[in-house]
Ligand binder design. Structure first.
Ligand code: GLC
Length: 447
């Protein structure tokens, strides 16, 4: 029995389950292949994003992976998120990487981060999808007793994480939080960061050797110069002992990303819904208040010129002239209907420039780079979040199209990390965990 009715039931009622046009046998086969990818990357209490390339636990990967796991084993799904929160910092931050085991195949490893924790972690965070994921696990629970117990234990830690964001990354109480490192966005080398990144020096970075380019094609990865800047910021924060009260001001890179904020707003709302169902009214109230302020402030990021949201550079005080997926992700939050509708129009235009939606950047922008990571490729997790928002906004035709494109990519190119939106070629790592989890979500068959 479901713990609480929600968007999933609505989706089924309007026939969304058949909207991908695939027959039952094909869907089941896809589901089984996806489940096998996750099983292969499962390390017992957490799942690695991909063998070799990413041998540890990543924050938003795990939360989204739990959604896939929930179709097979609800206990294991809850555990994936619980393991992450076991490494929450005392100040409330939940790190973007937990280095559970020693592995030399990844750079920067624990020694470079130097966060001084018993189980080493990175020192920055990632898109806060945990509230959203817990909301979904809770609403779809077959074992509602289990869901109530596990969700209750996660309420307070997730609430503390949300509070941490607003306290440390929005010191002037604007209602929106800033990223202080591109890796926090989850969209590492997006064109959105280029101008602000120019301010980050490259001098004085300790010599290092990248590992990602040994596992994946260098033409699909960030450039050397970008890597120098990533490491420069990291070293600066390390010198400040990872004291979050000081990092926001100390970073020459402070960007307000509409997609990141929309994820946070949606997670606040979903956490509030779960908290209400469990009688935790004070957690519910504080998260609703955060979401209300965030939603009102999000409006300041709308760009009439681009017909979508854009980032804001908190150091220069200017809007960032870059039309990326970050400006479409706000559909995940309950933005005004007219805005959601405008984003659908934008997606239609993007669909004229590529074969597969959703490209992570506007294909008419000369900086669009079809195979380079977050500078154009399609990522299934982003497609999933956009589809979810579109369905809530009642925009089912576009949601169906994005689902079909997502599954077509799997058919053509397997479970890649990301895909060229024009040719559909697989890019980055293979047998990728969260890609597989999103396929399990899209095909929706029960095991
Ligand atoms: C890359 C992605 C990031 C992801 C990580 C692990 O760094 O940009 O979003 O969490 O890989 O998959």
């Amino acid at each position: 029995m479901s713990a609480t009715p929600g968007v999933e039931d609505e989706r089924r009622m309007d026939g969304g389950a058949e909207s991908d046009g695939l027959d039952e046998a094909t869907r089941r086969a896809l589901f089984d292949r996806a489940a096998a990818v996750i099983a292969e990357n499962d390390r017992g209490s957490y799942t690695v994003p991909a063998k070799g390339l990413y041998p540890f636990q990543w924050n938003w990967d795990s939360c989204l992976t739990a959604l896939g796991q929930s179709h097979v084993d609800e206990r294991r799904a809850w555990q994936e998120i619980e393991t992450l929160f076991e490494h929450q910092w005392e100040d409330g931050m939940v790190p973007h990487i937990v280095f559970h085991e020693h592995d030399d195949g990844y750079f920067p490893g624990p020694g470079v981060w130097g966060t001084g924790r018993a189980t080493p972690t990175s020192g920055i965070s990632q898109p806060p999808v945990a509230g959203f994921a817990v909301g979904r696990l809770f609403e779809r629970a077959r074992d509602s007793e289990l869901a109530r117990e596990r969700a209750r234990a996660l309420l307070e830690p997730i609430d503390r994480w949300h509070a941490w964001f607003y306290a440390n990354r929005d010191p002037e109480r604007t209602g929106l939080v800033a990223l202080i490192h591109p890796w926090e966005s989850g969209r590492d080398n997006s064109i959105d960061w280029d101008t602000a990144f120019e301010r980050v020096p490259t001098e004085g970075v300790a010599p290092y050797q990248r590992r990602d380019t040994q596992h994946a094609d260098p033409a699909h990865r960030p450039t050397r110069e970008q890597y120098d800047r990533y490491i420069w910021l990291l070293e600066r924060f390390r010198r400040l002992d990872w004291d979050n009260a000081r990092l926001h001001e100390a970073s020459p890179f402070r960007i307000v990303d509409p997609g990141f904020n929309a994820i946070l707003i949606r997670s606040c709302l979903d956490l509030a819904t779960v908290a209400e169902a469990l009688g935790e009214s004070s957690i519910a109230a504080s998260n609703r208040a955060r979401a209300t302020r965030g939603l009102a402030a999000l409006e300041s990021l709308w760009s009439e010129a681009h017909g979508q949201y854009v980032c804001h550079d908190r150091v220069s005080g200017e809007a960032v002239d870059s039309a990326s997926i970050g400006g479409l992700l706000p559909v995940l939050a309950p933005i005004p209907a007219a805005r959601a509708h405008a984003l659908v129009a934008r997606l239609e235009v993007l669909g004229e420039g590529v074969r597969y939606l959703v490209p992570s950047h506007d294909p008419t922008d000369p900086r669009f780079d079809a195979k380079r990571y977050w500078r154009a490729p399609v990522w299934l997790i982003v497609n999933y979040l956009i589809v979810d928002g579109l369905r809530l906004a009642g925009e089912h035709a576009m949601a169906d199209r994005i689902e079909r494109d997502s599954l077509a990519l799997i058919d053509v190119s397997g479970f890649a990390e990301y895909y060229d939106p024009i040719s559909g070629e697989p890019c980055g790592g293979a047998s990728f965990t969260w890609t597989a989890a999103m396929v399990m979500e899209f095909v929706r068959v029960s095991p």
